[in-house]
Structure formats: C-alpha cells, structure tokens
Design a protein around this ligand. Structure first.
Ligand SMILES: NC(=O)c1ccc[n+]([C@@H]2O[C@H](COP(=O)([O-])OP(=O)(O)OC[C@H]3O[C@@H](n4cnc5c(N)ncnc54)[C@H](O)[C@@H]3O)[C@@H](O)[C@H]2O)c1
Ligand SMILES: CC1=C(/C=C/C(C)=C/C=C/C(C)=C/C=C/C=C(C)/C=C/C=C(C)/C=C/C=C(\C)C=O)C(C)(C)CCC1
Length: 511
C-alpha cells in the first residue's frame, strides 16, 4: 500500500522551493491565504471517503470515528481559519498611553517564514492538517512530514497536497527517521512537532542548534478522578468511550482512573454494563473498535498487560499479529504497576482506588503535569477544588476527549505534556511573529525626547523624570511609592503645542 519515501537528497530542493515561495511575497496577501485555505477544505471534503478508507487501513478505524472525530475536526480547523484570517492578521494598536501615543505604536502580525510540521500516526489528519490551517492563515510556507506509521494516510496526503495547494507554499516529505533527521538540520521559522516525549527531545536538541522555535504537542498519562458525587452511569459511558475510541490511541484519552473507594463497586458495575453494550461478548468481532497501529505497538501494550499485578476484570486478550487489544479494565492497580509506568496508548483502563479527592490530587501532583485532567463530579466545590489545586494542559469536568475541538479554546500541554498551542487563533499565533513597530515624529525632539541626547545634565535628568514616571501600588499596610510627580497638564500642553506646530509647518511648507 505504501509508496516510497522522499529521497533524503531531495529535501534541500523541497526546502529551497518553499524559501522561494515565501520570498515571492504571495503569502503576505490575505486573500491568497484564504484561497489556499478553501483548497485545503475541499481537499478534505472531496476525499472524505478515501480518507475514511486510509484510516481503516492504517488503524482499523470505524467510519464513525474517522468521520466524527478526525475529518470533521480537521475541516472545522480549516473553516475557523478561513472565517477569521482577516481579523486575526490585522495590525493591532496597544492600549492608549500618553507618552507613546504620538509614536503610533502597532503590533504587526507577520508570518514566521518557512515552517515545518511533523505529525504522529494516531490522528494523522487532524494533527498535521489542523496546524497547517493555522500556518497558512498566518502567511507561512510549509513543509509537512506525516508519520510513516500511518502510511496509507501519508500516501494520500502526499498525493493530494500538490493537486490542491500551491507547491511553492506547501510540500510533503514522506518517510521516517532519515527524512526527519535531515529536515531538522535546517533552520526553520518554526517547528510544530506532535508525538512522543522521547522523540521531542531529539527534535528539541536539533532545533536548538539553529535557534528554531518549537511547539511540542506531546502526551503522557492523563488521569480521571471519579468522585462520590459523580453520575456513575454517565461517567462509565463517557470514560469507556474515550478509552476505546481509536483503540485508546488518542493523546487526550483517559489514561488511568482514581476512583473514590466508596463508589468503586457501583462504578465498576456500571462499567461492566456499558462494556457489554458497546462491544458484546466478543469485542474482536465488534465493528466499533479500531486496531493498534502496528504489531510492535500491540506487543508493547501486551507486555504492560502481562506484567500488571492488578486484577483484570474484562478483556485482557491481545493478538499481536492482528494488532488487536481487547478493551481491558484492570482494578486494584498500584502506583508502581506496569500500567502506571508509561502512557498506555491502548484500550486498557487501570483503576486505582483512593480514599479522598485530596489523595487523588496529591497523587496527580506527584507526577508530570498531564496533557489533560478529567474530573467526574456533580459537586461544584469538588470540581473547583480539583481545577484549582492541580496543573495540566486542559481540565474537563464530566466528559473526555472532546476539548481539543472546542472552538476558541487553546489546545496544548504544559511541562512534560508539551508547550505551545495549535488550534484556532492560538494555532495562528503559533506561526505568527508579533512585530513591534513605532513611527516616531521629529517634533517629539522639540519636547521631552531631546533630553536623552548628550551632553547629559542634571536638568535634563530632572525633566525626563517628570515625563517618565511610575507609581507602584502600596505594599500591604504602607503608602504608595512615586518616583516623581508628573506634571500632566504641562506635558500634555507641550505635546499638543508641538503637534500643532509641526502640523502647521507641514501645511505651510506644502502650500
Ligand atoms: N498533544 C497532542 O496534540 C498529541 C496528538 C497526538 C499524539 N500525541 C502523542 O504522540 C505520541 C504518539 O505518536 P507517535 O508514536 O507517532 O510519535 P513519534 O514520536 O514516534 O513520531 C512522531 C513523528 O516523529 C518522527 N520520528 C520518530 N522517531 C524519530 C527520530 N528518532 N528522529 C526524528 N524523528 C522521528 C516520526 O516519523 C513521526 O513523524 C503519543 O505520546 C501521543 O500522546 C500528542
Ligand atoms: C442539536 C442542537 C443543539 C445542540 C448541539 C450540541 C450540543 C452540539 C455539540 C457538538 C459537539 C460537542 C461536537 C463535538 C465534536 C468533537 C470533535 C470533532 C472532537 C474531536 C477530537 C479530536 C480531534 C481529538 C484529537 C486528539 C488528539 C489528536 C490526540 O491525540 C442546540 C442545543 C444548539 C439547539 C439546536 C439543536
């Protein structure tokens, strides 16, 4: 199914074409960016069925998961960028301040240049073409490196991109370690990397050599707390769906559960009931279960399951050759269990009982900041306490997996789960340089600004202190500190007189 990789020696030519494309200036034109975004939208829309097919080949994805989660989510990203690109790219004036007002301060949104987007296997469209929408909207030219693991989807992306998009603006490099290693030798305007923490360190180390800024969209172990106030039926329904969608290969999948001991038994009863209604007696025959990306990945999950000291209450079967892992629920899991040693990235759900929400919070805070933290509770105070006492990329009460697609919210990790954001306006900002500009009129030297020039005198310093002043808020129990008393009336009058004078001079000079 998979066609050949891009020869490593072609990569410099591909990059040069993108450099030329950016230098042509065409991507500075917002209408041009919008055209490219429309083409990207139609690339997805007109090839929906083919993408459903490639996702089935790569990941055994059921059509509903391919359509609802991945293709829709990606088209939404494109649509959001298309609708807002004019607004997002407008120069912005900072809030008014008297001293700087006459210098016409502006923030220009400039593209970063030629950027590189490296994608993972698990959501090969959303994680690659979603950031692409932001990068195009921001006016960059883009090299795309899809994951070689999801090769059928990578092939289709490589086939369609040159048909729909300007080859000087977007190019695809296919392949694995040799191609990525070559790509990261070059300086880029930005690298957006989605994948594992292990490879992120390789990308980050290489990027540091050329001082290329990097966004890391990573993973980790995202916990779920099930409080005693939770609606247990709803929690079971949503958690099991989130754990088994794409066979657990979702960066924001619930990784493990911390369940309040007093609701553990009734919650497990609900989980069992949902399990049967979702997958029947033999999940291997279910049409609603994806497959693991490769036999090697299935073998890794099998090892974690084989080595667990917890009690497997459903599932447990793994067929490595068929890339099949049965949805598996494991209870009485300890902190040092195999299932707690790394991100599971498969449909295996460990349950750790806890005595209190405080214990759950302590457990979570003793580990890396997760990509997302979930809390199932009806009690508003419990939800607030969990949000307020932890840190994570995102935090969601009473649902799982959906928040990366929520319009207007940033999506990204914190600490070991990543840095930077890739969705909507936040994705646009990732690929944008915020360029500070001033346009300083000469007449300002007639008043305060000439005091900065040598020879320096005490009088000049005293005058400068009058215009450049500050007032700190008082320390608790004390009075405010003021560096100097500002003569607002005098300063404003002087500025206005100088402005009127300059204007008159200009008028008289040109008449
Ligand atoms: N935060 C997010 O948005 C997000 C989304 C999806 C997946 N993820 C995370 O990604 C991981 C799964 O993805 P994966 O297995 O495809 O990740 P991966 O790190 O193995 O691969 C990602 C990319 O890196 C490249 N790569 C692999 N090894 C390399 C090397 N030695 N040198 C240079 N490049 C190399 C691959 O070709 C691929 O394009 C999980 O940890 C998951 O949580 C995060
Ligand atoms: C029906 C009416 C109404 C209600 C409408 C509602 C409530 C609509 C809700 C829609 C939702 C929640 C859509 C969610 C979509 C989620 C998506 C596309 C999720 C995508 C997830 C992704 C891409 C995850 C990626 C993670 C990765 C890649 C990590 O590896 C009313 C009430 C409005 C009235 C009219 C009728």
């Amino acid at each position: 199914m998979s066609s050949s990789s891009t020869p490593v020696e072609e990569i410099s030519k591909i990059r040069e074409a993108l450099v030329k494309g950016f230098a042509s200036g065409k991507t500075k034109n917002v209408q041009y960016r919008k055209e490219q975004l429309i083409h990207l939208g139609y690339l997805l829309h007109e090839n929906r069925d083919r993408f459903v097919e490639t996702l089935a080949t790569d990941l055994g994805r059921p059509t509903l998961e391919a359509d609802f989660l991945e293709i829709n989510g990606t088209i939404s990203e494109v649509q959001e960028a298309y609708k807002n690109v004019e607004k997002w790219s407008k120069p912005e004036s900072p809030p008014f301040t008297l001293n700087w007002f006459f210098m016409r301060p502006k923030i220009r949104r400039e593209p970063k240049g030629v950027v590189l987007i490296i994608g993972p296997f698990n959501f090969p469209l959303w994680c690659l073409l979603g950031p692409l929408a932001g990068a195009i909207a921001a006016g960059n030219t883009v090299a795309l490196k899809p994951s070689e693991m999801s090769s059928a989807t990578a092939d289709l992306i490589a086939e369609l991109i040159p048909k729909y998009l300007d080859p000087e603006v977007v190019s695809v490099v296919k392949g694995g370690i040799p191609q990525t290693s070559k790509l990261i030798e070059y300086p880029w305007g930005h690298i957006c990397y989605t994948g594992s923490q292990r490879v992120a360190k390789i990308i980050g180390t290489a990027a540091a050599q050329s001082l290329t800024p990097v966004t890391f969209e990573l993973g980790g172990k995202s916990p779920v707390i099930v409080d005693k106030s939770a609606d247990l039926k709803l929690a079971a329904r949503r958690i099991l769906w989130g754990k088994c969608a794409n066979a657990g290969q979702i960066c924001v999948a619930p990784d493990y559960l911390l369940v309040l001991r007093e609701v553990e038994e009734p919650f497990i009863k609900e989980l069992r009931a949902v399990y049967n209604s979702y997958f029947g007696a033999n999940p291997a025959k279910s049409d609603s279960l994806s497959r693991i990306i490769s036999p090697q990945h299935a073998a890794r999950i099998k090892k974690l399951v084989d080595e667990t000291k917890g009690n497997i209450i459903t599932g447990g079967e793994v067929d490595v050759d068929q890339r099949y892992v049965a949805p598996t629920i494991v209870r009485d899991v300890a902190n040092d269990d195999s299932l707690m040693s790394e991100e599971i990235f498969g449909p295996v759900l460990p349950i750790i009982p806890v005595d209190s929400v405080d214990e759950a919070i302590k457990f979570i805070n003793s580990r890396d900041h997760p990509l997302v933290l979930y809390i199932f509770a009806q009690d508003r105070k419990v939800k607030e306490k969990v949000f307020a006492s932890t840190n994570s990329g995102g935090a969601v009460a009473n649902d799982v997996v959906l928040h990366p697609a929520a319009a207007g919210l940033p999506f990204g990790g914190v600490g070991a789960s990543g840095s930077g954001y890739t969705t909507g306006k936040w994705g646009f900002n990732t690929f944008t340089h915020f360029r500070a500009t001033l346009d300083v009129p000469g007449w300002l030297d007639k008043i305060a600004l000439s005091h900065r020039f040598p020879p320096y005198t005490d009088k000049k310093l005293a005058d400068l202190k009058k215009v450049v002043s500050y007032k700190l808020p008082p320390r608790p129990g004390t009075h405010a500190v003021t560096a100097s008393k500002r003569r607002w009336g005098l300063w404003t009058l002087l500025a206005l007189l100088a402005a009127v004078g300059a204007l008159l001079k200009k008028r008289l000079g040109s008449s």
